[in-house]
Design a protein. Structure first.
Length: 83
């Protein structure tokens, strides 16, 4: 399994955990977005500084790693609201 896939699964697991643990769905979404931004930027920095990838190539992967779970969180928050 690729590292990108593992990060995407981790993002989904974090989103699910926060949505279960925090009753207020808006707060859960905001907490997820903040935490996931920190984790995904850390992953980007690790890829550039330690693994030897270039900034451009890591930035594209970061857009996927941060963007897909973030979009899912925003969609779930939107669908979870009444009316």
């Amino acid at each position: 399994m690729s590292h990108t896939t593992i990060m995407l699964i981790t993002g989904l697991a974090l989103l699910i955990a926060l949505r279960i643990l925090i009753r207020d769905k808006t707060r859960a979404t905001r907490a997820f977005l903040a935490l996931w931004l920190v984790v995904s930027v850390g992953n980007l920095l690790f890829g550039v500084l330690s693994a030897g990838y270039g900034w451009r190539e890591e930035a594209v992967v970061w857009l996927l790693v941060f963007g897909a779970p973030a979009a899912l969180a925003l969609i779930a928050a939107r669908l979870g609201r009444p009316g």
